[in-house]
Design a protein around this ligand. Structure first.
Ligand code: TPP
Length: 581
């Protein structure tokens, strides 16, 4: 069948099962926008291309399917650079299509020309400038294959206007759909090495103080059940990194919560004192290890990752295993069972009692506000989490800053794919658009974005998109009138010299702003008002809701491992500082 390149592009997306594209048109991509009118694919028209990228990410986080964004050339392409970098750091499967100026104009500084593949080379898993309309189906097929296999990540396809423009003979092509993908040199290893898996099982059997260090790779590999089986079979406690929250239920007796700079005391300390770290789909991020020299000095390392480049990148593993986390864990469980299962595990009662001692002495804590004082952000989160109208499997999305750390700490994640967050890049402005994408992917779920007032101001305009498209997300702004996380560092490390962090609680007026964008807006100032506001927000399902919670700016996130310190130097909440460690 004869087609033009634009039609072939949309048809290729249909063939890939794409149900939604997040994007915004412009000159160079216009010919691809035209056939969308005749396609069953839904298009969500964003207000800024950064929003399109984060929506695609949010969609991918909660569905496991690749998110798709489409934008035009030049400034549109540069606007989506941040989401690409974000998705690259957090291994989020995403396909971004950018328009490009016509082939003959490339390199001439034509209107709205940028070197998109050049700019995005180091922040995409793969990117490609298509030069021939006939290549479009193959390139799209390969893009989805690369984005979703092995270590997932963003793939960018740059499309010059002439090869999609029906008025240009260069766009004419004969439609085909490649049955297979042939990419010599790209063959991710999914099955782990049997001998290494056996070595890992033996190491586990000899360890007295092991900890499972679960990372985001568990979620990417759909390995949450396998992880649980491994933990229960061996009785080994699990820490879940910021990216892995939800991969192991927080209510489980073996759950230690989040490790790292703002992790729980017990997760940090158990890793630090362990004799074996079973790192599963985790990457020894500096926010987890603290000062590397002093990190978990006595621990042997089993490191499982689908990406061979991760093994030994930061810390040399004793047992490196390249493979898909789910497949490797399942095989490891099988080997452990053969070796005698739970009965053959050593007596670790002393380790368990040390862990429970830390849990008793150093739980997460904060001082509730006195009547008449401002709200505590942790209190707001507890109320939101425990409200009878908040479903237990609510999807929670955060921005970046103190509110992100409190949300990760105080929410109780008992289900995988309920926590969406910008971990690696730490992108302010992530939460509102990511929440919109998540709600599009899971319209059956309640979706709450917990945002900071600073973050909210970066991408709030996407609530216009949400209102226009009837995507009823809920946003809780923890409005402390500051760039709170930066303020915390200035307070602790710059002698309270608060340079350029004050934002004002009232400017903008968040309630009016929300209403102007077609949302329901509310403001909450005292603890007594909190439950009713949450109940009202949970009951609204025909439009977005924004609650401006006025919170206490003096509140700091604890525990904290100061930058440059080792994890043994974790600073606990002031009320716990006298406790014996
Ligand atoms: C795009 C971007 N710019 C700057 C930063 C640096 N940064 C990290 S947290 C933070 C403050 C966030 O403030 P707010 O959204 O109000 O959240 P809070 O910390 O008060 O909860 C800043 C500026 C960043 N992470 N991302």
């Amino acid at each position: 069948m004869q087609m033009n390149g634009g039609q072939a592009l949309i048809k290729s997306l249909e063939m890939e099962g794409v149900e939604v594209i997040f994007g915004l048109p412009g000159g160079a991509i216009l010919p691809v926008y035209d056939p969308i009118i005749d396609s069953p694919i839904r298009h969500v028209l964003v207000r800024h291309e950064q929003g399109a990228g984060h929506m695609a990410e949010g969609y991918a986080h909660v569905t496991g399917r690749p998110g798709v964004a489409m934008v035009t050339s030049g400034p549109a392409a540069t606007n989506i650079v941040t989401p690409l970098a974000d998705a690259f750091m957090d291994s989020v499967p995403m396909v971004v299509i950018t328009g490009q100026v016509g082939s003959a104009s490339i390199g001439t500084d034509a209107f709205q020309e940028v070197d998109t593949v050049g700019i995005t080379r180091s922040i995409t898993k793969h990117n490609e400038l298509v030069t021939d309309a006939a290549d479009i189906p193959r390139v799209i097929r390969e893009a989805f294959h690369i984005a979703t296999t092995g270590r997932p990540g963003p793939v960018l396809v740059d499309i010059p206007k002439d090869i999609v423009d029906p008025t240009n003979p260069r766009s004419a092509m004969e439609w085909y759909w490649p049955e297979t993908v042939d990419l010599p040199g790209y063959r991710p290893t999914t099955v782990g090495h049997h001998r290494k898996i056996r070595e890992a099982a033996e190491l586990i059997g000899r360890s007295r103080r092991p900890v499972i260090y679960a990372g985001g790779g568990i979620l990417k590999a759909r390995a949450a059940e396998a992880l649980r089986e491994l933990a229960e079979l061996t009785g080994i406690h699990v820490v879940t990194t910021l990216m892995a929250r939800g991969a192991f239920p927080d209510s489980h007796e073996l759950a230690l919560g989040m490790p790292g700079m703002h992790g729980t005391y017990t997760a940090i300390t158990a890793m630090q004192e362990s004799d074996l770290l079973i790192a599963l789909g985790s990457r020894f991020d500096d926010r987890v290890t603290g000062k590397l020299d002093g990190f978990a000095p006595d621990a042997k390392i089993i490191h499982v990752d689908i990406d061979p480049a991760e093994l030994g990148k930061v810390r040399r593993p004793d047992v490196p295993i390249v493979g898909d986390c789910r497949l490797v864990i399942e095989e490891l469980v099988g080997v452990l069972r053969e070796m005698g299962g739970a009965e053959s595990q050593p007596d670790r009662s002393e380790w368990r009692s040390r862990i429970s001692g830390w849990q008793e002495r150093f739980p997460l804590t904060y001082e509730p506000s006195e009547p008449g004082e401002l709200l505590k952000p942790q209190y707001v989160l507890e109320q939101l989490r425990d409200a009878p109208t908040t479903p237990e499997d609510t999807i929670v999305i955060s921005g970046v800053g103190q509110h992100q750390m409190w949300t990760s700490q105080y929410w109780r994640f008992d289900h995988p794919y309920t926590w969406v967050n910008s971990g690696g890049l730490g992108t302010m402005g992530f939460s509102v658009p990511a929440a919109i994408g998540a709600k599009v992917g899971r319209p059956d779920r309640t979706v709450w974005a917990i945002d900071g007032d600073g973050c909210f101001q970066m991408t709030a305009q996407e609530l216009v998109t949400a209102a226009a498209e009837r995507i009823p997300v809920k946003v809780a702004i923890l409005n402390n009138a500051y760039l709170g996380m930066v303020r915390q560092w200035q307070e602790m490390f710059y002698e309270e010299r608060y340079s350029e962090v004050y934002l004002s609680p009232d400017l903008p007026d968040y309630k009016m702003w929300a209403e102007a964008m077609g949302c329901v807006g509310m403001r909450v100032e005292s603890p007594e008002e909190v439950p009713a506001a949450i109940e009202k927000a949970n009951s609204i399902n025909d439009r977005p809701v924004v609650i401006d919670f006025r919170t206490d700016a003096r509140e700091k996130v604890f525990p904290m491992v100061p930058a440059g310190a080792t994890n043994s130097q974790v600073v606990v909440d002031p009320t716990q500082q006298g406790q014996a460690r």
